[in-house]
Design a protein around this ligand. Structure first.
Ligand code: GUN
Ligand code: FE
Length: 454
């Protein structure tokens, strides 16, 4: 709910991309002074002047750094379907649009083309961390991980598991699923042993796609390896009815995942729209996180998730594009939709407390994502010891959708001198509601410049 603005601040980043120091309230922004500040505050051994690279944005009041966005739920292979969903709802949408497209990822040339595009596009929208669903295919899933490593996006890559209720041409046996799951985990660990960029995530598509045996095996594997896990939960009324009938031995949809050991603080559950109090309490006690996907939930008419209710019950919440249930790969746009959907909820419940503010949705897009993915000790904001995952925003960028004359707002002249906080907050709102990827000049992951438009 609160915005922490570091005005006139120097952030020192070391060679590994770790934030080494933060020095606020700098009055002299000359390069020579910035170098002195770095030499004084850096903990890097034997640092000499010549090793320091300065990026000075202090001369342009339209520019600022913002923490990189975290998309906790995105289906990489569904990218070609963005915007194409007609009047479908979840179960017919899966049959008509989704399974036919995903099944084509046996073709590695096609996979390479699409996955390269997905990573470049999401990075270009400021997504520095993404939690991906791939498909059931081993090779294409490995390829998604390789491309993420190569193009420099922090990611979780999940080979999708589905051994029931799926089309004949897009289904696996439990043995095939076990083998490919292990193969993809091994591949990712081999490519990036430190896990500083790519990580595996166990991905039962949703309870309906997996037999009890498969869920049980995945739960055991999760416990043994302390793996991340992601799945869908409580998205659509017909889905809930179907699944609770399919698994009568469980108390609820959420209980299926609980009893099979799939819930932990490293589990991300997408949607969570129609949870009962008991189900919410399961999330609370297992510390499972939620990926709120308002764009998708509106597009395929799933419902309005009660985000304030979840937050007030100390459940971690983040944002997901859920491409292509959602049509946009932009977390900035999803943040807007989260704010609007919360207001639609208020129009029904008459409870103003449910309104999400811009600060709330900026939190969900960054620190909330880091918390849900259990990487808040790595990313989410600018703090000493965290990795520098950031986007350089220029409100006055060429072809920007924000008109510069709007900045001369007479309202700001009435602010007390030195109280620039309100002005910065207003400018962030401009960015949230009127900005887009044209306002992103550079993107950094682990301190590495991965997108540069100027
Ligand atoms: N439930 C099962 N699979 C999917 C999927 O691909 N997208 C969404 N939104 N929900 C699902
Ligand atoms: Fe999804």
């Amino acid at each position: 709910g609160e915005l922490d603005i570091l005005a006139f601040t120097a952030i020192g980043v070391d060679q590994d991309g770790t934030i080494d120091f933060i020095v606020p309230k700098i009055t002299d922004n000359s390069i020579s002074n910035l170098i002195s500040i770095t030499l004084e505050n850096s903990t890097c051994k034997n640092l000499i002047k010549e090793d320091i690279k300065i990026i000075n944005i202090s001369d342009d009041e339209n520019k600022f750094f913002f923490p990189g966005f975290i998309d906790t739920h995105i289906h990489a292979p569904q990218f070609p379907n963005n915007g194409i969903f007609g009047n479908s709802t979840l179960l017919d949408w899966l049959e008509v649009y989704t399974f036919p497209l995903e099944s084509s990822f046996t073709n590695l040339d096609f996979a390479s083309q699409i996955y390269t595009k997905v990573i470049q596009r999401t990075l270009g929208y400021g997504t520095t961390t993404a939690s991906y669903y791939a498909t059931i295919h081993t090779d294409a899933s490995n390829l998604l991980a390789d491309l993420s490593l190569k193009l420099g996006q922090r990611s979780f890559v999940g080979k999708v598991c589905m051994n029931q209720n799926s089309p004949d041409h897009y289904i696996e046996t439990i043995e095939e699923c076990k083998n490919s799951t292990i193969q993809v985990i091994d591949h990712i660990k081999e490519r990036n042993p430190s896990g500083d960029l790519i990580n595996p995530v166990l991905t039962p598509r949703f309870a309906a796609s997996c037999t009890d045996d498969l869920l049980k095996w995945l739960g055991e594997l999760r416990k043994k390896g302390d793996y991340h896990c992601q799945t869908h939960l409580s998205e659509n009324h017909r889905e809930i009815e179907w699944i609770t009938k399919m698994f009568p031995q469980y108390q609820s949809y959420t209980d299926i995942y609980l009893q099979n050991n799939l819930l932990s603080s490293k589990t991300t559950l997408a949607h969570c729209i129609h949870l009962s109090d008991d189900e919410m309490n399961i999330l609370k006690y297992t510390k499972s996180g939620v990926s709120h996907c308002p764009t998708s939930n509106s597009s395929i008419t799933s419902g309005e998730a009660r985000i304030r209710w979840l937050l007030e019950n100390n459940i971690s919440v983040s944002l997901g594009t859920d491409c292509s249930g959602g049509f946009t790969p932009s977390i900035l746009e999803v943040a807007k939709h989260a704010l609007l959907v919360s207001r639609h909820l208020v129009m029904k419940t008459k409870d103003d407390n449910e309104k999400l503010t811009s600060n709330d949705v900026f939190y969900l897009a960054t620190m909330g994502g880091a918390k849900v993915l259990n990487i808040e000790d790595k990313v989410g904001c600018f703090k000493k010891g965290l990795k520098f995952d950031a986007q350089l925003i220029n409100l006055n960028a060429k072809d920007s959708n924000i008109d510069i004359f709007e900045f001369q707002n007479p309202m700001w002249n009435t602010l007390p001198i030195n109280d620039s906080k309100k002005k910065f907050a207003d400018l962030l709102d401009k960015w949230l509601f009127n900005g887009d990827n044209r306002n992103i000049e550079k993107v950094y992951v682990n301190g590495r410049n991965v997108i540069s438009k100027v």
